[in-house]
Write a protein that binds this ligand. Structure first.
Ligand code: F6P
Length: 344
């Protein structure tokens, strides 16, 4: 049985991280297991920046957005002596392992650390993008959907007043979960997602058809990672961040310009950006985070490493971290077909 474990949050933040931290600590405390919170994801492990967490120190966190531990996109495999420094952190803090709360990137590194380096790790999936494999939901996704849906609702009334096309750009690097859910919930007239390359000519025709039958305004929701059918439209080249990932954002403007050019309808753009990642988690994110925090603490205490807590069929269950690594869960075609029914 484990007696001490570390906790860290890695990758982009999202609502519900603090609820998971609180649950991990509370459940561990019940078994007199000590928890340490590492600052800023793997960076804090490499720099030995940690402090003991207690039930008292994690009170009042349930509803708070962000992460009190801080986060970063630091990948130990890209840092000098990264793996060795993690082993040292385990030894110095006398830890049995880590609970890592992260998205696909952080969890893939965690899976590799466990499988290849023998570092004991349990994962908890979080990301507003909801693209982690083997779990139906990730912490933060439903809050982002609520924020994006409210934006669609608000855009509806102003679109209608001005007879405009409103393009709403939401996050979703590899997957269009936010766009599909918010678009369906808000009644979007077109949804563009990375999983389904779009034909901008067909989008224009569709908006003209709507106008032809008296629907003088339209809402188009586009995921930041959406891509056109090859060779149909010029796309801007994205700069890359310090981790070599393209910095997305701005596709909404390209789409709006193309729509204006092809239809003659005035178009306006709203780029929702990091608003989707901020603020208080919706009740379902608080409960999923709480359930996953408790489940992950129980796995760690029982020395069952190499697992991730997954949400499947309304239950939180352990799955192998290796089954998650290096994969992205996209929007299934059947779901997108349902959204399409309402594009008329
Ligand atoms: O965490 C996922 C995500 O929100 C993506 O949807 C988005 O592309 C990316 O993070 C933005 O990252 P950053 O906050 O580093 O700009």
């Amino acid at each position: 049985m484990a007696t001490r474990f570390g906790i860290l949050t890695g990758g982009g933040d999202c609502p519900g991280l603090n609820a998971a931290i609180r649950a991990l600590v509370r459940r561990a405390d019940q078994d007199n297991v000590t928890t340490f919170g590492f600052r800023n994801g793997w960076q804090g492990v490499l720099d030995l920046e940690a402090e003991q967490l207690t039930t008292a120190s994690t009170r009042g966190l349930l509803h708070r957005g962000g992460t009190v531990l801080g986060t970063s996109r630091v990948d130990p495999y890209r840092e000098r002596n990264g793996v060795r420094r993690i082993h040292e952190a385990l030894e110095i803090h006398r830890l049995d392992g880590f609970v890592v709360i992260g998205g696909e990137g952080t969890l893939s590194a965690a899976a590799r650390l466990h499988a290849d380096e023998g570092i004991p790790v349990v994962g908890i999936p979080k990301t507003i993008d909801n693209d982690v494999a083997n779990t139906e939901l990730t912490i933060g996704f439903l809050t982002a959907v609520a924020t994006a849906t409210e934006a669609v609702d608000r855009l509806h009334s102003t679109a209608e007043s001005h007879n405009r096309v409103m393009v709403l750009e939401v996050m979703g690097r590899h997957a269009g979960w936010i766009a599909t859910f918010a678009g369906m919930a808000g009644g979007a007239d077109a949804i563009l997602i990375p999983e389904v390359p779009f034909d901008i000519e067909a989008v224009g025709r569709h908006l003209k058809h709507r106008a032809g039958v008296g629907r003088d305004f339209s809402i188009v929701v586009v995921a930041e990672g959406a891509e056109p059918v090859p060779d149909t439209m010029a796309m801007p080249v994205h700069p890359t961040d310090e981790f070599g990932r393209p910095v997305l954002g701005g596709i909404g403007h390209t789409i709006a310009r193309e729509i204006e050019r092809r239809t003659g309808f005035p178009a306006r753009v709203t780029q929702l950006g990091h608003v989707q990642r901020g603020g208080s988690p919706v009740p379902m994110d608080r409960t999923i985070a709480t359930r996953m925090g408790v489940a992950a603490a129980e796995l760690a205490v029982a020395d069952e490493w190499g697992k991730m807590t997954a949400y499947q069929s309304s239950l939180v269950i352990p799955v192998d971290l290796e089954e998650v690594a290096g994969q992205h869960k996209g929007v299934p075609e059947s779901l997108f077909r349902v959204a399409e029914v309402f594009f008329g």
